[in-house]
Write a protein that binds this ligand. Structure first.
Ligand code: GRF
Length: 195
């Protein structure tokens, strides 16, 4: 079974959905490690409650990205991690991890990429006034939300949607769609959906 490290910086509702899918048998994988760059993030408590080991680090206490990613790499090796799943990890992945896990890192982004990459994609979509947005799952490369797209799901923005209501709708999609897509990738059906 694929051993995943989930990378997250915040509330970790996607972390939770992925762990739940593993526990229920919907996702044939092991949530073997949480990597988190914020000591007080809610996701750290979720990992504790689920007995998922975590590596929580403070980026500022390292000289640079190469240094903390080397430390992360040691943890990934220690926990025999096969695949990296980014779920609200608020940093770009650097060359140390990209090289070690080439083609084995995915991310979820709350827009229909290439529209609205980067921070606050939901706010960006509302401000722009688009009528359609959604969720994208993609392989990770050195850019900001730029890697090859694996799967996308669209969602209409209603006239009375606010940042809050749209975020709720997007989260609901993400929580079903991310575990499902991971399952497809791990069961080698990924080829069909990857361009
Ligand atoms: C999600 O909307 C995801 O698409 C984005 O960050 C958010 C993380 O939310 N990359 P959560 O921490 O999983 O609740």
């Amino acid at each position: 079974m694929t051993r995943m490290a989930i990378f997250a910086s915040g509330s970790g509702s996607n972390f939770q959905a992925i762990v739940d899918a593993c526990r229920s048998g919907a996702l044939d994988a092991v949530p073997a490690l949480l990597i988190c760059d914020k000591e007080d993030a809610i996701v750290v408590n979720r990992a504790k409650a689920e007995a998922v080991p975590s590596f929580v680090f403070t980026p500022k206490s390292y000289k640079n990205k190469k240094e903390f990613e080397s430390e992360i790499l040691l943890q990934l090796e220690k926990h025999k991690i096969d695949f990296l799943v980014l779920a609200g990890y608020m940093r770009l992945i650097g060359s140390t991890l990209l090289t070690a896990y080439k083609g084995k890192i995915v991310n979820i982004h709350p827009s229909l990429l290439p529209a609205f990459p980067g921070l606050d994609a939901i706010g960006q979509a509302i401000s722009y006034g688009v009528k359609l947005t959604g969720v994208t799952i993609h392989f990770v490369d050195e850019g900001m939300d730029t890697g090859p797209i694996i799967a996308q799901k669209a969602l209409e923005i209603e006239p009375n949607d606010t940042q809050e209501t749209l975020q709720q709708k997007i989260h609901k999609i993400e929580h079903e769609y991310y575990p499902q897509t991971l399952q497809q990738i791990f069961s080698n059906k990924g080829e069909k959906i990857i361009r």
